[in-house]
Each structure stands twice: as structure tokens, then as C-alpha cells.
Unconditional design. Structure first.
Length: 294
């Protein structure tokens, strides 16, 4: 191994080793899990790595250059550590993973083996199998800017700069009706029809706390307000649970200016010619003054 500490290298050279592997999993909601394939718990860097969790790992394939490092972790689903309901809810999606080779007899002797994220997770028969993706996986993502008429920024994100926490742009309300991807609420005065269309619903309490989904439609009916999501919340949302509704943006320059007063940060190109412009030809009659040919 390259870059091993002198003490750990000497331990490996001795021929009689006391080695194990430890994994640190940090979910996007900052919940931390520690696992080890040793038969006793180990603690370092303020984290306890639990034994008896059934977590093991296949061989790690690493290479120089920009090739993607990959491995797989195998483990048992349990009520105290990794639960199937949490996997179903997406709580482990893209979680950060760090793996060490550790001398369990002297935990100061350890070597970082892998750092990356969880990829695809498959589960069956009370067990799960998770793909581990290295740091170079990020280089597989599309880069660069897209030139299009609608705004490319995420509402409230770095490119947008709009503060959706200001009064009037979000509401915390209790669910009065819950049906998969459709939720009902009491009448919400002060929020115009379709105010939350293209916005975001975030669950604040209950079994699905921390999960969210994009809003497809914001309607009113005889019972109050009705919110329809693009995809169901991947958890159980019960009547009485508290959610936050965030105002939506249709990515047009008009809504950016009038609804959010944020035109200076508009990231679209409203005057870019469309595809029909490429096929346009001069007209035999009328004025050809450089304007629209339609």
C-alpha cells in the first residue's frame, strides 16, 4: 500500500496482523453511522464503529487518472442501524462514505482506503447491497452552462439569490388530508391561487420528517387548499403532520420580476432565437426591417 504510516507498515511487515475495516456513513441530513467488521466496537475521531452490524465490503477497485473508483458494501437490515424504511425513503441516497483499514489492537494505526458516496442500493431477504462511488464520480456529471429562454437557476440557490424564507414566500401548515401524492390543507388566506405551483413541500414532523418533493399543482377545492406533487413523498405523511410549502417559480423573466423582484439575477436568455428562426426566409411583401418574420 502507498502512503501507509510507519507504524502500520511495520505491523503489516510483521506477518501477524490484527486488522479490520471501518466505515463511516454520513447521510445528507447529517445522521452518522459507524460500522466495523471487527467483533468489538471501535471508537476514533469521535465516532463509535459498531460491531455485529453485518456490514462487509467487496474488493475495492482503484486506479490512477480519472477512472471511477468503485466497490460494494453488503449488510443486514436491522431496526437499530440500517432500516429498510429509511432506504425506501431515500435517506441514504448519496450519503458520504469513508472507509479505513484499522489495527484494532492500536486504533492509532489506520489508513484511509476509500472516500466517496453511496450509489445504487438494492435490498432483498432482509439484507442490502450498496454501490460505493469514488470521488471521481462527480466528473461524470454534465458541466457548463445551458443557454435557453427559461432561467436555469434553482430557486433560492446560489445562482438565484432569492430569499424564500422571507414572509409570504413560505408557509408552515398542518396536513388535513393525505393521499400519496395529493395533500389537503385548510384555507390559506394571503396566498394567491397557484402560488406554490413548481415550489417545494418539505415535511417537518412525523415519520417522514426531512423528506421533500416538488409541487406539480396548487389548487383550491371545497375543503381548502390542495397540493399535488410530481412524485409521492417516500415516507408516511399523516394527518396533523407539519409541512413547509415554498413558493414556486416557472422560470420566466416575468415571474422573476413580478413575483420575486429578482430580475437582476435572472439566469435565462429570453431573447435567444428559437429553432423556427433558422428556417425563416425574407418575405416578398411587407417591410423587412430586421424584426420577426412571422
Amino acid at each position: 500500500m502507498v502512503g501507509l504510516g510507519e507504524a502500520l507498515q511495520a505491523h503489516l511487515d510483521s506477518g501477524a496482523t490484527t486488522l479490520c475495516r471501518c466505515w463511516l456513513v454520513t447521510r445528507r441530513d447529517d445522521v452518522v453511522y459507524g460500522f466495523t467488521d471487527h467483533d468489538m466496537d471501535l471508537t476514533f475521531d469521535g465516532v463509535t464503529f459498531a460491531a455485529g452490524t453485518g456490514l462487509t465490503a467487496k474488493g475495492l477497485a482503484q486506479s490512477t487518472g480519472l477512472s471511477v473508483d468503485n466497490s460494494e458494501a453488503l449488510g443486514a437490515l436491522s431496526s437499530t442501524m440500517v432500516r429498510e424504511s429509511d432506504i425506501d425513503a431515500g435517506r441514504f441516497d448519496s450519503a458520504e462514505v469513508t472507509a479505513w483499514l484499522v489495527n484494532w489492537a492500536d486504533i492509532s494505526q489506520r489508513q484511509l482506503l476509500f472516500r466517496g458516496t453511496l450509489g445504487e442500493i438494492r435490498r432483498s431477504g432482509g439484507a442490502f447491497e450498496a454501490e460505493l462511488r469514488g470521488l471521481t464520480e462527480a466528473l461524470n456529471q454534465p458541466q457548463g452552462r445551458v443557454f435557453q429562454k427559461p432561467c436555469t437557476a434553482v430557486l433560492g440557490g446560489q445562482g438565484c439569490g432569492s430569499d424564500t424564507t422571507q414572509p409570504g414566500y413560505s408557509a408552515e401548515v398542518a396536513v388535513t388530508r393525505s393521499d400519496s401524492d395529493v395533500f389537503g390543507f385548510d384555507v390559506m388566506s394571503g396566498y394567491a391561487q397557484s402560488w406554490f405551483t413548481h415550489g417545494r413541500l418539505t415535511v417537518l414532523s412525523g415519520a417522514a420528517a426531512g423528506l421533500w418533493s416538488a409541487i406539480k399543482r396548487d389548487d383550491s377545492d371545497t375543503e381548502g387548499r390542495k397540493i399535488t406533487l410530481w412524485q409521492p413523498i417516500r415516507g408516511d405523511v399523516a394527518v396533523g403532520d407539519l409541512v413547509r410549502l415554498t413558493a414556486g417559480c416557472d422560470k420566466t423573466m416575468t415571474q422573476c420580476r413580478l413575483k420575486f423582484n429578482n430580475l437582476l439575477n435572472f439566469q435565462g436568455f429570453p431573447d435567444i432565437p428559437g429553432e423556427d428562426w433558422m428556417a425563416s426566409v425574407p418575405r416578398a411583401t411587407g417591410g423587412n426591417i430586421g424584426g420577426s418574420l412571422r
